[in-house]
Design a protein around this ligand. Structure first.
Ligand SMILES: Nc1ncnc2c1ncn2[C@@H]1O[C@H](COP(=O)(O)OP(=O)(O)O)[C@@H](O)[C@H]1O
Ligand SMILES: [Mg+2]
Length: 292
């Protein structure tokens, strides 16, 4: 068996290669060699589909980028991707994730922002009225494509809502109920092969966003049976082999905040002592062996 590990074409620094190298190391330990490559080799689409030789020489691919086209091409050529193309696409878009999971697991009440084609157009009174009636202030405004907390904002009143919406405008975004009890803290749960393998509680002192990149500190945490069940259902619904789920800790119980198909595991491994790369490698090898 031989695998391909693909990373973003523009990956430059050594730090970004830690995660793929860890996965390669653990797969090698299980007797499965892998090539680690940037995804700019891109084989060509041809009329009527893809050439089967796009996947030649490899049994599977660990896909660590969010580009949507290369994974479709590789799957079209018959390759098994970890994670699958569709699962990565849905997770990349926070609104699509919400739509896929809203009936399956508890989540904060969320509204999509209508697309805006006119530069400078203000939010309509009707939309502002619905945000205020359904969600109230403060309200979370989130870019659909964002990570590391960078696209997550808090509007404390109508003026701030207008100001944030004006800044985001053409970028897809959503409005979400602010879970005040969870401000500055959440739970990051890693799910591999349908099983929640561990959790890290993240706490931030100065920011309602608890992302490690914004100063959130991690500590190992026990999962309740309910938290475990919610995370496993979400991962299963999205068809994910591997993910990191952010849970908000509301007064009414855990709520799924977002699902990261490409979650970094460096801090999580250090804090929890769980060998995430090995568990993922074992899942990949078991899946491939049981398929053959
Ligand atoms: N609705 C919310 N209520 C309270 N805090 C939130 C809410 N949504 C997000 N947060 C906080 O902001 C952080 C970042 O939001 P998240 O949706 O996970 O985006 P990102 O992809 O940037 O990590 C979360 O980890 C959480 O601490
Ligand atoms: Mg997050």
């Amino acid at each position: 068996m031989k695998g391909l590990i693909l990373v973003n074409a523009y990956t430059q620094n050594e730090h970004e290669l830690n995660q793929p190298r860890r996965i390669r190391q653990e797969l090698a330990g299980l007797g499965v060699p892998c090539d680690l490559r940037r995804n700019d080799f891109v084989p060509a689409w041809v009329a009527g589909g893809v050439r089967a030789d796009a996947a030649r020489g490899y049994d599977f691919c660990v896909y660590l980028d969010k580009d949507r086209y290369v994974p479709r091409l590789l799957e079209g050529a018959g390759m098994r991707l970890f994670n699958r193309a569709r699962a990565v696409e849905v997770c990349d878009d926070k609104m699509l994730t919400h739509i896929a999971l809203a009936d399956v697991v508890p989540m904060p009440v969320t509204m999509s922002a209508p697309l805006c084609y006119t530069a400078g157009a203000p939010l309509s009174d009707a939309l502002v009225g619905r945000v205020e009636e359904i969600l109230g202030y403060p309200v979370v405004v989130k870019e659909c494509y964002g990570s590391l907390g960078k696209g997550v904002h808090l509007a404390r009143d109508r003026a701030q809502l207008h100001e944030i919406a004006a800044r985001l405008q053409a970028r897809p975004h959503l409005f979400q109920k602010f879970i005040a009890e969870s401000a500055g803290q959440d739970m990051r749960v890693i799910v591999i092969g349908g099983r929640a393998v561990g959790a890290m509680r993240r706490t931030s002192k100065g920011d309602f966003r608890s992302n490690a990149e914004l100063g959130g500190r991690g500590e190992t945490a026990e999962l309740t049976a309910q938290e475990k069940a919610i995370c496993e259902s979400a991962a299963q619904m999205l068809g994910l082999d591997y993910c990191g789920i952010d849970l908000l800790l509301s007064a009414d119980g855990p709520l799924v905040c977002e699902v990261n198909s490409n979650a970094f595991f460096g801090t999580f491994e250090r804090v929890t002592g769980i060998n995430v790369a090995r568990l993922y490698a074992q899942h990949i090898v078991n899946t491939m062996r049981s398929a053959s």
